[in-house]
Write a protein that binds this ligand. Structure first.
Ligand code: PLP
Length: 400
């Protein structure tokens, strides 16, 4: 029999993947399921980007590339960081991987070992704690309740730092809440980090182009330039350019860290797909009107879902600044009973009730480290959002 290494047995399969699979299985078995678990754009990759991939194939750009990515892609990333975020960087301070996920994993692999603590504000993207555990470190979860806008406060950060702290992970805009930090809030967190020079900051800004807020998207490195020598800013094209299957993500950071990531990458995958790199370069430098059009649609969906959820008794939801999720508070239904007499004891019970009795698939808040909530994705049509909200409303009304 196969006995996995402890780095595998100590982690679990992403709960979002499990929820999405359950919804797909029920659908395949003939059930009428509206799936709101999906964490990827429902749009197709813009035509311009697809044509560039076809060009790359026909031009024979089908070989290994440099471990740290093609110069064309790194130049595109460099330009994007400079123009959008005011972050100046050299080409060798950029690493490229098979998705932002791989860059985050490699960054932790390069820096975390037994005894290393990584501060993760909750609610968090489900992968962060397991990525830390898989690399032998200890996740330090800091609850960021709704009354602080689901955001890490300087006091909470200060309280979580120990001599063993290696990283703070900041995700803005956040999956699952959609909230983003303002420049002022980032400066306040930066002031705490200034007092603790051994703490590095891992900034996951993968959703920063899917942006609705009236304030401007800022990176912590833009807000606190002094942190540049201990920050890794991670981004990618998966969400912004509807390119989840192409698997390109990237990071910008201090050379010693980038070199360590590249060293691991050289032994792990050599480089990401040459064709996807060509396409990603055009995604970043080409016409951005496709992105703008998609953001406008996401905004309309967010507005609709927000209005509908907030009109349902027992539920409430704060307004996301970006991304394509809503993290709804379901405290008002906890303790009630279903028509069959089952008590809804927590958000997992509620999400199961929605799935089995209303045919709506969502993900329970406990999976993201803060209860009682549930996450819906708005990367689906207005029709599906409306129909799902009708069903959620009826299901809530049926509770006693
Ligand atoms: N970071 C966050 C917060 C995400 O939600 C996701 C995808 O779900 C990723 C990173 C991974 O992005 P990629 O597809 O580029 O690996």
């Amino acid at each position: 029999t196969f006995h996995p290494a402890s780095r595998v047995s100590n982690i679990s399969i992403s709960p979002t993947t499990v929820a999405a699979q359950k919804a797909r299985d029920l659908k395949a078995a003939g059930h009428d399921i509206l799936n709101l678990t999906v964490g990827e754009p429902d749009f197709d990759t813009p035509e311009l980007i697809k044509q560039e991939a076809i060009r790359a194939i026909n031009a024979g750009e089908t070989k290994y590339t440099p471990v740290n990515g093609t110069p064309e892609l790194r130049r595109a990333i460099q330009q994007d960081f400079a123009t959008r975020l005011g972050i100046e960087t050299t080409l060798d301070a950029i690493c490229v991987g098979g998705g932002a996920k791989q860059i985050l994993f490699l960054a932790l692999m390069a820096s975390v070992e037994k005894g290393s603590e990584v501060i993760i504000p909750a609610p968090y993207w489900v992968s962060y704690p397991d990525m830390v555990v898989a690399n032998g470190g200890t996740p330090v979860i800091v609850a960021c309740p709704e009354d602080t806008g689901f955001k890490l406060t300087p006091e909470a950060l200060e309280g979580a730092i120990t001599p063993n702290t290696r990283w703070l992970i900041l995700n803005s805009p956040s999956n699952p809440t959609g909230v983003a930090y303002t420049a002022q809030e980032l400066k306040a967190l930066g002031a705490v980090l200034a007092r603790h020079p051994h703490v590095w900051v891992l900034c996951d800004e993968i959703y920063d182009r899917i942006w609705f807020a009236s304030f401007e998207a800022t990176s912590i490195v833009g807000a606190c330039p002094a942190l540049a020598d201990r920050a890794l800013v991670v981004n990618g094209v998966s969400k912004s350019h509807a390119m989840t299957g192409w698997r390109i993500g990237y990071g910008v950071g201090p050379l010693p860290l980038i070199n360590a990531i590249n060293k691991l990458q050289s032994q792990m995958s050599s480089c990401p797909s040459s064709i996807s790199q060509a396409a990603a370069a055009v995604a970043l430098t080409g016409d951005q009107s496709g992105v703008q059009a998609q953001v406008a649609v996401y905004r309309e969906r967010r507005d609709r879902a927000l209005e509908r959820l907030n009109a349902i008794e027992g539920l409430s939801c704060i307004e996301p600044d970006g991304a394509f999720y809503l993290y709804a508070n379901c405290q008002g239904v906890i303790g009630k009973s279903t028509p069959e007499g089952q008590v809804i004891a927590n958000d997992q019970d509620f999400v199961l009730y929605l799935l089995e009795k209303a045919g709506v698939a969502a993900v329970h808040g406990a999976a993201y480290g803060l209860e009682p909530y549930f996450r819906i994705s708005t990367a689906t049509s207005l029709e599906v959002i409306d129909a799902a909200c009708d069903r959620i409303e009826a299901a809530c009304r049926a509770l006693r």
